[in-house]
Design a protein around this ligand. Structure first.
Ligand SMILES: [Zn+2]
Length: 284
């Protein structure tokens, strides 16, 4: 089955849930980048978390989850749209030594930001405190603090795949016991089960004594969105002399998209046509 997220609800308890299952998209995300293993793992976790967040915090537009640190992992960013297409990249500064091996050391001294840019309306930015021992824990704390919603997140990961489970109290949940009961049940899910079984089997195995109702499912995919036009738009912002120099030396300007690693090549004519002020451009 393709990469997807499934929503469900425990009607009697006013508690909701999500199950996300990503394989092709997270492989595409790290393919060809040569990331150190801990960085690849973190990017995969950020993908699963971004899909869970995008499904929870409904918006029309774009959202990003971005980590910046003063250490060797300078930046890890994950961008997702409301159709659940995502891309991401990490930048590593080898002058700063080796990247950390676990979440704590990877993110030390850093800042984790969630930014939502809706198509209409105001941009939202929230800071996720890096106090937990894992990304999942930090996001749980973020929900409890900023959204006042009690949340538990479990991530299950192999080099090829990541799955995630979210359980969240709705504002009208009355019995704390129910939340703890579902948490207790979810805690029994092993990595092996999560990564090998179908979501229906998993939900049945965990919650067969509860009334769990499946809601909508959505597909998730890797989506970069880079294009010749967007790259040209950014190229023409560079000083003309600099572009001329590269053209003189190499005959063309080559640009690689840092997210999907697509290669673009532009010659002088393509740049000139793009540099023409809007309005006088009759080519379109
Ligand atoms: Zn791209």
């Amino acid at each position: 089955m393709s990469d997807s997220i499934h929503r469900f609800i425990f009607d009697d308890y006013n508690i909701r849930g999500e199950w996300v299952d990503l394989q092709q998209s997270v492989s595409r995300l790290i393919e060809g980048h040569d990331y150190p293993v801990p960085v690849a793992k973190l990017l995969q976790q950020m993908s699963a978390v971004a899909v869970l967040l995008a499904t929870t915090l409904k918006f029309e537009g774009k959202m990003s989850v971005q980590l910046q640190t003063p250490g060797a992992l300078r930046l890890a960013t994950l961008q997702i749209n409301h159709q659940l297409g995502f891309r991401g990249v990490a930048r590593i500064d080898e002058m700063q030594g080796k990247v950390g091996s676990d979440f704590k050391s990877l993110t030390e001294g850093g800042q984790l930001l969630i930014t939502i840019e809706p198509k209409t309306g105001r941009r939202y930015q929230g800071i996720v405190p890096l106090e937990g021992n894992s990304l999942a824990e930090c996001i749980e704390q973020y929900f409890s603090r900023s959204e006042q919603l009690q949340t538990k997140i479990w991530l299950f990961q192999s080099p090829q795949k990541i799955c995630g489970l979210l359980i969240q109290a709705l504002p009208d949940m009355t019995q704390q016991d129910n939340f703890e009961h579902l948490t207790y049940l979810a805690n029994t899910l092993s990595d092996e089960e999560a990564l090998s079984l179908d979501k229906d089997v998993i939900l049945h195995r965990l919650f067969h004594q509860e009334k769990v109702k499946l809601l909508a499912s959505s597909e998730v995919s890797f989506y970069c969105g880079c294009s010749e036009k967007k790259i040209l738009d950014s190229l023409v912002l560079m000083p003309r002399e600099e572009l001329q120099e590269i053209l003189k030396e190499k005959g063309s300007i080559q640009v690689k998209c840092e997210f999907c690693l697509s290669q673009y090549r532009f010659d002088e004519l393509a740049l000139k046509q793009h540099q023409q002020p809007r309005g006088s451009d009759s080519q379109h």
